[in-house]
Design a protein around this ligand. Structure first.
Ligand code: SF4
Length: 487
């Protein structure tokens, strides 16, 4: 491995978006983020992260909604620690491109019986390409790439700049090219081009190179403080077709066109809890277990324990999901019961009906300067209240956002809370409350200002109304409230 660190180099702590070499100073410590392409982390890597967290951190490990790992430490990571992380493959060998967003793939790539193609090799190749192209460091660190192999646990709707979505067309497998054209948080859209799997990396490199040249031009024109443009800004400026023309010039061939209607039929929505519990794999007599990680946070002991289980009974690696949970894969069906029991002994659940299975919260004001509320603490209170007061027979997706940017989730929830600045001086923390689907991105507005302390009781009220008045147990919370008047 080529090491680019210099002896004088320490982790900087001034980044807005954390990485390993540029961490962020937050209220609750120095936040370092490890990119894990496709969310894969081996049991040996789990051991190193556990040791670092125990030695320098607060004993807690967090999974992000791009399948990264985050740790909080009391001081910047030392040179030796960064070298260890590089050595174990947890930091890029090229510090400059380590800050680019994690490469996303379905957590069930390669193991889903219904997938069209295994995308893990594409992720690995693209990661290798990034490590060998330090010139890409000028790109916006929000530049994001995703591969969706047509798995049941789809990731094609997750916000990304470029997404390759496997489709079957004329009895052949292609990737349909999707680009992020809309607003922040929108899913990428099919643009009517099909890519042969063997050309995918070449096409991705050309898409990236045209964007890099645009970025370089813009940065040269602007003053030195200007931020690099996002890919969607470039596309907004040029239009998709002009962008693709330049890409095709670089490639020396035209991309295959296809009708948009046909491709948009392939779009799927990833559901936060469908991967939880026990599921059969493509590989005969093997299964995976999806473990609920409350708000994406677990102790280093639990993390280490899951890593050990994967080594002892599984394929030796964990998969972190964009819904902030963990899969242990490649477990012999005969050992599923034993592994489930050991997960339980670690204080974790595998049930999709667990209150934490479908609760998401952004980092809130302890980790983000834009937040109006302590989303993490409020979500924990709700989960504890649900555990004590009601039995869920169907997962309910509840989402807490500290402001209206909605980093933790980009689709309507069953119930959404959005932190706002209170107009009433007596209210310490308040949220707007939404239910079901409505005319805003968050759903139908139920309350324009609701005190955080009253939220646990409000949720119980809503759930009891739903459980007592729904048509039958197949009617979802969202269907029920979409038909109800709100008063
Ligand atoms: S949703 Fe708002 S408060 Fe929460 S992490 Fe994103 S920017 Fe920060």
């Amino acid at each position: 491995m080529i090491i680019f660190l210099e002896f004088s180099q320490l982790q900087s702590t001034t980044a807005i978006c954390p990485s390993l070499f540029n961490a962020t100073s937050a209220q609750d410590g120095i936040l370092s983020r490890m990119r894990l392409p496709a969310g894969l982390v081996t049991s040996t890597q789990c051991e190193l992260v556990t040791n670092i967290t125990n030695q320098f951190g607060n004993g807690e490990i967090q999974i992000t909604n791009r399948g990264n790992l985050q740790i909080r430490t009391s001081q910047a990571l030392s040179f030796d620690t960064l070298l260890d992380l590089q050595d174990y493959g947890l930091a890029s060998s090229e510090a400059n491109t380590d800050g680019l967003r994690n490469i996303m793939a379905s957590p069930t790539s390669g193991i889903d019986p219904h997938a069209l193609i295994n995308t893990v090799p594409f992720v690995k190749q693209w990661n290798f390409y990034l490590a060998n192209h330090p010139e890409l460091e000028i790109l916006s660190n929000k530049f994001s790439v995703c591969f969706d192999g047509g798995e049941t646990i789809s990731v094609s709707d997750r916000p990304n700049d470029i997404c390759f979505v496997a489709v079957e067309f004329d009895n052949e497998i292609y990737f349909s090219l999707h680009l992020g054209l809309g607003d922040r948080g929108d899913s990428p859209s099919a643009i009517g081009r099909l890519i042969y799997p063997e050309q995918t990396l070449q096409v991705l490199a050309a898409l990236t190179e045209v964007y890099r040249e645009y970025t370089e031009q813009k940065l040269n024109q602007a003053n030195s403080c200007a931020r690099p443009p996002r890919l969607r800004e470039m596309i907004g400026n040029w239009g998709v077709e002009s962008y693709l023309q330049l890409v095709e010039q670089k490639l020396g061939y035209a991309l295959r066109r296809s009708s948009l209607e046909l491709l948009s039929q392939e779009s799927k929505i990833g559901i936060a809890y469908h991967h939880l519990g026990i599921h059969s794999q493509r590989q005969l007599e093997l299964a995976y277990i999806g473990v609920v990680i409350p708000l994406g946070r677990l102790t280093s002991l639990q993390f280490h324990g899951l890593g050990d289980l994967s080594r002892q009974y599984g394929g030796g690696a964990l998969r972190l999901t964009p819904w902030q949970n963990i899969l242990i894969t490649d477990i012999a069906e005969a050992q599923i019961e034993q592994v489930s029991q050991e997960i339980n002994d670690l204080g974790l659940s595998i049930s999709a009906n667990h209150p934490y299975a479908a609760i998401a919260a952004c980092s809130g004001y302890k980790g983000c300067k834009a937040a109006f509320t302590d989303t993490q603490a409020d979500a924990k209170k709700v989960a504890a209240h649900l555990e004590n007061c009601i039995k869920l027979d169907i997962p309910i997706n509840i989402h807490f956002s500290g402001c209206d940017k909605s980093c933790a989730q980009h689709h309507p929830s069953d119930i959404a809370f959005v932190g706002i600045q209170s107009k009433d001086p007596n209210y310490h923390e308040v949220y707007k409350v939404y239910v079901g689907v409505g005319n805003t991105d968050f759903g139908r507005e139920l309350h324009s200002e609701y005190s955080a302390k009253d939220i646990p009781n409000l949720i119980i009220q809503l759930l009891k109304t739903y459980q007592n008045q729904r048509r039958d147990s197949t009617q979802t919370f969202r269907e029920f409230f979409n038909r109800q008047g709100l008063s």
